[in-house]
Design a protein around this ligand. Structure first.
Ligand code: PLP
Length: 389
């Protein structure tokens, strides 16, 4: 597992590398892509081998069942997260963007409010808006450099038309790993306000030493009012294969969602199923462990380098490869921060406000790349803000 192996993703139809000119309105061979949340490593060999075998056999007809993949998902949840689920509780979608849209469409009505804790993955609000529902964006508070839910503030923002709450666990961006107590409090809040909970746990495997991911379902008692969504794609770097999972423990909710998926003709792609089955295995686990160790090195290097710039603070990541950097101590406005990051540092990163209004003064940087690129990025950012020294 050589995560330092140089990989050039330009001209591979990579959104992150080939789409950055369109996204940032700038181009050039010197630009560093640190935006879209995939990694610059080749996918785990266990996944690539399974796909190669599938291709070599050349048997690409209709699939009879997804039993092997569902068993692999259940095995992964039990062995990696101490979460007991049964194979039958696993449904399949085309990734989690698709799962979000499906859940919002089935569990809410047009005009309903959907509670989000921001800053959070921009597609949450995007899907809610696209479905004609209303995002209720509750800013998180930050205490001692760590994000926290502000449930009093959330309660004050509700007007009774909210039906759904989407929880990002671990949090993107910011990287908080929510504790059992925090998840229980969220569950109680949802219960009190009659909210259905959608727990997006896609980053659950990318957790750094000293922290432990807790599945929301394992510590709350929401029954048929909780839906967990997750995927192998962040862990194994396979998002192009578009496979995600809904884990639905409640039989009545499961029947509703199975019917919804059937009505929309959602049928998984064989390549994604083969990849997920191969990934959720002992070989996949060994690869994921090595990956987390490598990413932990990246984030430590990045945080130390960024925190050396006066007025700039990288939140200490507990999980994810998505660094959340607060530039507000520089006194610069968002436009100047973005201009310096793009034009002086030549880095394409995500502007903080795209994750909700509380992202003002921030940028998100993707550290899922070779260490040499992280080093380069830190040096460039230090120089771009060198006049503050
Ligand atoms: C919290 C969260 N959910 C979902 C996704 C996207 O999932 P998918 O690629 O399966 O659509 C991302 C990608 O960054 C994410 O961070």
């Amino acid at each position: 597992m050589d995560f330092d192996e140089p990989v050039d993703r330009r001209h591979t139809t990579s959104l992150k590398w080939d789409g950055m000119g369109r996204f940032a309105g700038a181009d050039g061979a010197d630009l560093l892509a640190m935006w879209v949340a995939d990694m610059d490593f080749r996918a785990a060999p266990v996944v690539c081998d399974a796909l190669a075998e599938m291709s070599k056999a050349g048997l690409l007809g209709y699939m009879s069942d997804l039993d092997a993949m569902r068993a692999a998902v259940a095995w992964w949840m039990k062995t990696r997260h101490d979460w007991e689920i049964s194979d039958q509780e696993v449904l399949t979608t085309h990734g989690l963007g698709n799962a979000l849209a499906l859940a919002i469409g089935r569990l809410t009505e047009p005009g309903d409010g959907v509670v989000l804790f921001t800053p959070v993955y921009h597609e949450f609000a995007g899907r809610v808006n696209a479905a004609g529902r209303r995002p209720v964006e509750v800013p998180m508070s930050v205490a001692d450099g760590r994000q926290e839910f502000d449930l009093d503030r959330a309660a004050a923002m509700l007007d009774g038309t909210e039906r759904l709450m989407i929880v990002c666990s671990p949090q993107n961006p910011g990287g908080r790993v929510w504790s059992t107590g925090e998840l229980e409090a969220l569950g109680d809040f949802a219960d009190r306000h009659g909210l259905f909970v959608l727990a997006d746990e896609i980053h659950h495997d990318l957790v750094y030493p000293g922290h432990r991911f807790v599945p929301m379902e394992a510590v709350t008692d929401l029954g048929g009012r909780l839906l967990t969504i997750t995927a192998p794609s962040k862990t194994f770097n396979t998002p192009g294969l578009r496979v995600g999972h809904m884990i639905v423990r409640d039989p009545a909710l499961r029947r509703r969602l199975v019917a919804h998926l059937g009505a929309l003709g959602i049928q998984p792609n064989m390549a994604g199923v083969v990849a997920a089955t191969a990934a959720y295995s002992p070989d996949g686990a060994a690869w994921a462990d090595a990956l987390v160790t490598y990413l932990d090195g990246n984030r430590q290097l990045f945080e130390a380098g960024i925190n050396a710039i006066p007025g700039v603070r990288a939140m200490a990541l507990e999980a994810t490869f998505l660094a959340w950097v607060d530039f507000s101590g520089t006194g610069m406005d968002q436009a100047e921060i973005e201009e310096r990051v793009l034009s002086r540092a030549r880095i394409v990163a995500n502007p903080g406000p795209s994750f909700g209004p509380s992202g003002e003064g921030h940028m998100r940087f993707n550290l899922g790349t070779q260490r040499a690129r992280v080093e380069k990025a830190v040096g460039r950012l230090q120089r771009a803000f060198a006049d503050l020294q």
